[in-house]
Design a binder for this molecule. Structure first.
Ligand code: GAL
Length: 664
């Protein structure tokens, strides 16, 4: 889609005078910037009064950028409605679950169901697109910004009415809705559509099926806003790709549905630089982005060049940290590195958020690092069409995430992401790349599929997973999986009823632990590991027991099992194992599944590969503050330095090498 690895950032020139624009364009060129995201919050500047447009400054900026070889990812600017729009239509403002109106004076202050907002946004985007359609700098459309950030749902009358319509579409009849939502319980039987409300503040917990549908509905609602604009842009500028920026594992939006609407997946990533596991978490996000686009190259749309301003304590990125995180994006299938923002603001909420050009200007560490990266990236253009291949997939489904974490469970301390992170970390430190996949996706490319807390499971998913194992795949499923259907109704017949044959077991009951409580599991080889949180009481039918509990009334019953089903094997993990236990388990599973780990050097050295069918590049990223010695199985050439690489490689602290491997 693009001829170069993209490099740049959010550019908000409306904060600066034209003489600074000139300097910006010169500096961008000096830093190797080839793309900026322009005008994200500029609606009020571009339409200062209803129907009066001021595109002159935008033209000047775009001309200037074009003259300096910088292309434009033009934002549609609808993420911050102008104050006049609020004055004319105060009902656009979002309302919280407690009925509190959220006012303007910040950003993202609109309800996606307000028709005045929707109409004004479409009118504005139509004007903007017509105005810029032939501009040579226009390369990409950036629709709105971080949909559902700050305000993910609105409880105004328009939203509730739209919810009723959405439900009518989904269920057709009240009988069907009543049946699916299980309204016979707690006397919730509905006799008219108008009786149905949003899941507002209620005396006790709201009907879980209602809440789950509301989350589906709200993800669809934001997507409808995106589609409004996309269809305008497709009509006026069919040659320009469209995107919007995601926020990693962001719960309110089902990004599988969203990514299908985008020409290129883009993501904003702001790991906490003080988090010792930041590279693992960021790696997981990168892998999700690649997976959302079915392996297609994706873009890092925003990261901080230094520190952010919105945490309680905003740690700075240490020397080399920004570069390392940037290369991780490329190592995991990304083709662009963009920052927020180009020049640090002097006013407004984000004035202490770092910029590629800091307040102190170019005599600064951040600028030197920005420039160095900009000098290096063009050496990687040969990688543009290469892809990352994975043999392992983790099943991830937003509906399941919503249902799993909505309360009223045996333990309401179970969370999906911590388990996924723990499992992912086992693979990450062995340098095994992971895809994320929908439970009903084509699983044939994988040797190993992991299903963590797949609580909500429909028939399609269950059949898909069963087929995968029957055809020779290896499955790892964890506790509290396969419990409910798509409406959060329990699947009766012994959990997880749809996969009992595949796993060779059934689960009778769930034992929840106090926070201070642990148990022990003992493997058949005699190893002992601690476990906590939860234990399933498992009855094997055909499964073989690999480890059993040591304590409590269920001492001696299975904690970990294995079952050969068809041509494949399924593992079941009925408890939360601590790190050493997971390590033991993965050693078994990976060997069984014949998943190779590429150059597992140490947990501080990350290694991935990209291939285009002709060439393979190996990325080696040293996360540590010490030198790393890496033994290589193949020789090649480091494309950043141009230096040949023989059997081993010494990487400086936070160092990166990208080796084009010799053909063997
Ligand atoms: C993002 C947002 C940007 C900027 C950035 C700061 O959420 O899209 O506009 O606010 O955070 O880290």
């Amino acid at each position: 889609m693009f001829a170069h690895i993209l490099y740049g950032g959010d550019y908000n020139p409306e904060q600066w005078t034209p003489d600074i624009w000139e300097e910006d364009a010169r500096l961008m060129q000096a830093a190797g910037v080839n793309m900026v995201t322009l005008g994200v919050f500029a609606w009020a500047k571009l339409e200062p009064e209803p129907g009066r447009y001021d595109f002159e400054w935008l033209d000047q900026v775009m001309d200037l950028l074009h003259a300096h070889g910088v292309r434009v990812d033009l934002a549609t600017a609808t993420a911050s409605p102008p104050p006049w729009l609020v004055r004319l239509h105060p009902a656009i403002l979002p309302v919280t679950v407690d009925g509190v109106t959220l006012w303007h004076g910040s950003r993202r202050h609109y309800c996606p169901h307000n028709q005045d907002y929707r109409k004004q946004a479409v009118d504005f985007v139509t004007r903007l697109a017509r105005h810029v359609r032939d501009h040579p700098a226009l390369a990409l459309w950036h629709i709105d910004n971080e949909y559902a950030c700050h305000v993910s749902e609105c409880f105004c009358a328009d939203s509730i009415e739209a919810f009723r319509q959405w439900l009518q579409q989904r269920y057709g009849s009240l009988d069907a809705l009543n049946e699916t939502w299980g309204t016979a319980f707690w006397g919730q039987q509905y006799g008219a559509w108008e009786e149905i409300n949003a899941p507002r503040r209620t005396p006790s917990s709201v009907n879980p099926a209602q809440r789950l549908d509301w989350q589906r509905f709200y993800s669809d609602s934001w997507l409808a806003c995106f589609k409004d604009q996309k269809s305008v842009l497709r009509d006026i500028t069919p040659h320009i790709p469209v995107t919007t920026n995601f926020m990693g594992f962001f719960k309110p939006l089902d990004y599988w549905e969203w990514a299908a609407q985008e020409d290129v997946v883009a993501n904003d990533n702001y790991p906490d630089p003080g988090d010792p596991a930041w590279m693992v978490r960021s790696g997981m996000v990168c892998d999700l982005m690649r997976s959302l686009g079915n392996g297609r190259p994706w873009l890092l749309m925003e990261q901080a060049p230094g520190q952010v301003n919105w945490r309680q304590r905003n740690l700075i990125k240490r020397p080399g940290q920004m570069r390392l995180g940037s290369y991780q994006v490329l190592a995991r299938g990304g083709n662009g590195i963009m920052d927020f923002q180009w020049r640090a603001s002097r006013a407004g909420s984000e004035k202490f958020h770092s910029g590629m050009v800091p307040h102190v200007g170019t005599d600064s560490r951040v600028w030197r690092e920005v420039k160095k990266l900009g000098e290096e990236l063009p050496r990687l253009d040969a990688l543009l069409s290469s892809r990352v291949q994975s043999e392992v997939a983790i099943l991830f489904d937003w509906k399941n995430w919503w249902a799993f974490e909505q309360g009223d469970k045996p333990s309401n301390d179970l969370r999906l992401l911590p388990l996924i992170e723990a499992l992912y970390a086992e693979l990450f430190r062995r340098n095994i790349t992971v895809d994320f996949a929908r439970p009903d996706a084509d699983l044939t490319p994988y040797r190993l599929v992991i299903a963590p807390h797949l609580y909500l499971m429909d028939d399609r998913a269950a059949k898909n997973i069963g087929r995968f194992v029957a055809d020779g795949g290896t499955l790892l499923m964890t506790f509290f999986s396969g419990i409910v259907d798509e409406a959060d109704r329990v699947l009766l017949g012994g959990y997880p009823v749809l996969l009992r044959d595949v796993l060779g077991l059934w689960v009778e009951e769930f034992v929840v632990y106090l926070e201070s409580q642990t148990n022990q599991v003992e493997t058949t080889e005699g190893h002992r590991f601690a476990c906590n949180l939860w234990s399933d009481i498992v009855h094997p039918t055909d499964a073989e027991v690999l480890a059993s509990y040591r304590e409590d009334y269920f001492s001696g019953t299975p904690a970990v099992t294995r079952h050969h089903f068809g041509e494949g094997t399924s593992y079941y993990l009925g408890t939360a194992l601590t790190k050493d236990g997971l390590k033991w388990l993965f050693e078994h599973i990976l060997e069984d599944a014949k998943v190779r780990s590429s150059n597992a050097v140490s947990s501080d050295v990350e290694i991935t590969r990209r291939s285009d069918g002709t060439h393979t590049w190996m990325f080696v990223l040293n996360h540590s503050n010490d030198e790393a010695n890496v033994e290589l199985s193949q020789e090649g050439m480091d494309v950043i330095t141009g230096v040949p690489v023989k059997a081993s490689l010494v990487l400086e602290p936070k160092g990166v090498a990208i080796i084009q491997l010799d053909k063997t």
